[in-house]
Ligand binder design. Structure first.
Ligand code: ZN
Length: 95
């Protein structure tokens, strides 16, 4: 079963989701469904990343909006955050 969080979102939820969008947390960012049809900018992490706001996702490039996210995104990320800290000593092995 898939749990969803509907907008409006709290400041804490917005911050967590935007950290995911910036690639600061482990997981796939939420991207605009129209990014393949019209030009969308790359935020340094992926192309067509949506922005989390109080009222839900907003695409800065085409105005697409989406008022839900997966609840698991919030849970998985804090866990991944911890794993990221634990695996920090492995950094430096990148190509
Ligand atoms: Zn878009």
């Amino acid at each position: 079963m898939m749990n969803l969080i509907d907008a409006p979102w709290t400041a804490e939820q917005i911050e967590t989701l935007n950290r995911l969008q910036r690639g600061e947390l482990y997981g796939h960012p939420y991207t605009c469904p129209h990014r393949g049809e019209v030009p969308h900018h790359d935020n340094g992490h992926d192309t067509g990343c949506l922005l989390a706001t109080k009222d839900g996702w907003v695409c800065p490039d085409c105005g697409y909006t989406q008022d839900w996210a997966h609840a698991s995104s919030l849970e998985a990320m804090s866990l991944a955050d911890m794993m990221r800290l634990l695996s920090r000593r492995q950094e430096g092995a990148c190509p």
